[in-house]
Design a protein around this ligand. Structure first.
Ligand code: TGC
Ligand code: FAD
Length: 397
């Protein structure tokens, strides 16, 4: 007889192939055995261990949907399951991976020349090189179309562009080797994508100061990219893509990954809150789990996590068939981030005063989930994307 499994309430696993389940198991084992023991120190000290990307690379977990270039070529569902396993440990670890895999490798794979792909993808796939993605600027976050970063022919180096401008809140930038940066070409005013290599930049032309003292996502490194007449070979500009479609096509993949990832973080909160509620006794020796108000919190969170995974799996399958639209991705990114944050915050109450200790992990997830709801399009921005698609009227400005 089929029994209800609180860890997989709607039996989402029945939708996944054997290969996808095996990949998920590899990722889960790695994350629980190798990542989880590091996370408290990393979070306390805002110290990301770049070896993690190398370890993930060895397991074939980076840029996993890409075919060739030493990548695994798995389905979008498998890639979603990897993301969910990583974020079960920490959203910051997932961030470092998403930027590497979806934003940088995905961008180079989709828009780069064959030379750029061959030069950069294998090193990024193995985690030997670290990538970052520079779209947001100090004055332009939700509205990247107004960016001020500019590219113009280099005044003294033939065959080079010169890039100037600032990017901020950039995951991995202080430790990155490869920078996918978006800037407006001065002669056309159109946004173009450029691949910058740190070790090819003369001193003073590319600086990447870290943004310290974050109150969320502390296990991931965040910084700025400051470009001052930074020389970039013309061959490092994406040849055929201009306008916001370039960065947004990379964001479609990363946002899809976040929709899976945050469900992993929420599932970890549910697991920990359930265990705590069974162990902790209050009033006549009863476990907290005996009380109806506690059970309702678990039931609400569990329902949202189960629905969220089904929705992400549906969009992943459509994505692989070429049938997913950006609005579908906005819908699951917004819904899953919002529900993960709201439920994690409610589950935090079950821990009472112990929630204030980082050793119970729940507070870390709550602080992280605020960030996931903000980056890659804040939830209200995704509501406006959906509102525009539903009504045909744009409400951004
Ligand atoms: P809009 O008029 O809507 O579009 C301009 C052009 O872009 C095209 N486009 C898309 N193409 C592909 N996929 C999508 N999702 C697309 N969305 C738009 C669109 O078709 C149009 O093309 P064309 O040829 O007609 O020019 O542009 P808008 O300026 O009105 O944009 C408004 C808005 C709100 C939709 C957009 O700017 C937005 O999504 N803002 C949010 C910004 C954002 O998501 N930033 C993310 C930065 S990266 C990051 O946060 C990484 S964190 C990673 C981590 O650590 O895990
Ligand atoms: P703003 O655009 O100033 O928005 C502030 C608030 O106003 C939001 O609630 C927003 O929804 C609301 N708002 C804005 N416009 C409207 C409107 N028209 N109608 C209604 N409400 C509106 N960016 C990168 O490019 N690469 C990265 O790797 C990266 N990593 C990040 C890592 C972290 C830890 C963080 C915190 C951010 C990261 N970002 C990155 C930046 C992130 O994408 C932006 O913070 C995000 O897009 C929001 O932009 P903003 O912070 O400028 O907020």
């Amino acid at each position: 007889a089929t029994a209800f499994d609180w860890k997989d309430p709607l039996k989402a696993s029945a939708l996944f192939t054997e290969d996808e389940l095996a990949i998920a198991e590899t990722a889960e084992s790695y994350c629980q055995e190798r990542m989880l023991p590091r996370v408290l120190d990393a979070y306390r000290n805002e110290d990301y261990d770049a070896k993690i990307l190398e370890e993930m690379g060895e397991l074939g977990l980076l840029g996993a949907t890409i075919e060739g270039y030493e990548c695994a070529g798995v389905s979008s569902v498998a890639s979603g399951l990897i993301t969910r396993a990583v974020e079960r440990v920490d959203s910051g670890y997932r961030s470092a991976m998403s930027v590497q895999s979806s934003l940088v490798m995905g961008g180079i794979h989709e828009h780069g020349t064959e030379e750029l792909k061959e030069k950069f993808l294998p090193g990024l796939a193995k985690g030997k090189k670290i990538g970052c993605f520079g779209l947001t600027e100090p004055n332009h976050g939700s509205d990247p179309g107004s960016m001020e970063s500019v590219a113009k022919p280099h005044p003294s180096k033939k065959g080079y562009y010169s890039l100037s401008g600032s990017k901020t809140w950039i995951t991995n930038s202080p430790i990155a080797d490869v920078f996918l940066v978006w800037a407006k070409l001065q002669e056309t005013g159109k946004i173009r994508g450029f691949v910058i290599e740190r070790d090819q930049c003369p001193p003073g032309t590319l600086e990447t100061p870290a943004l310290k003292h974050k109150n969320g996502l502390r296990a991931s490194i965040t910084g700025m990219i400051q470009m001052d007449d930074c020389p970039v070979p013309e061959a490092n500009m994406f040849p055929d893509i201009e306008g916001l479609t370039g960065p947004f096509s990379c964001l479609n993949s990363a946002r899809h990954g976040i929709a899976w990832g945050v469900m992993g973080a929420l599932e970890d909160c549910i697991d920990r809150a359930r265990t705590y509620s069974l162990d902790r006794k209050q009033f006549k020796g009863n476990p907290l789990a005996k009380y109806q108000l506690i059970q309702k919190k678990l039931a609400d969170a569990s329902t949202d996590a189960a629905f969220g995974i089904l929705a992400a799996a549906q969009v992943a399958r459509l994505k692989d068939q070429g049938l997913a639209t950006p609005e579908m991705i906005s819908m699951i990114k917004r819904q899953n981030c919002d529900r993960a944050l709201v439920n994690a915050r409610v589950l935090q109450e079950i821990f009472g005063g112990n929630a204030a200790s980082d050793e119970y992990h729940i507070g870390r997830h709550v602080a992280n989930l605020f960030v996931t709801q903000t980056y890659e399009g804040q939830s209200d921005i995704h509501a406006l994307i959906l509102g525009r698609a539903i009504t045909g009227v744009q409400a951004f400005c």
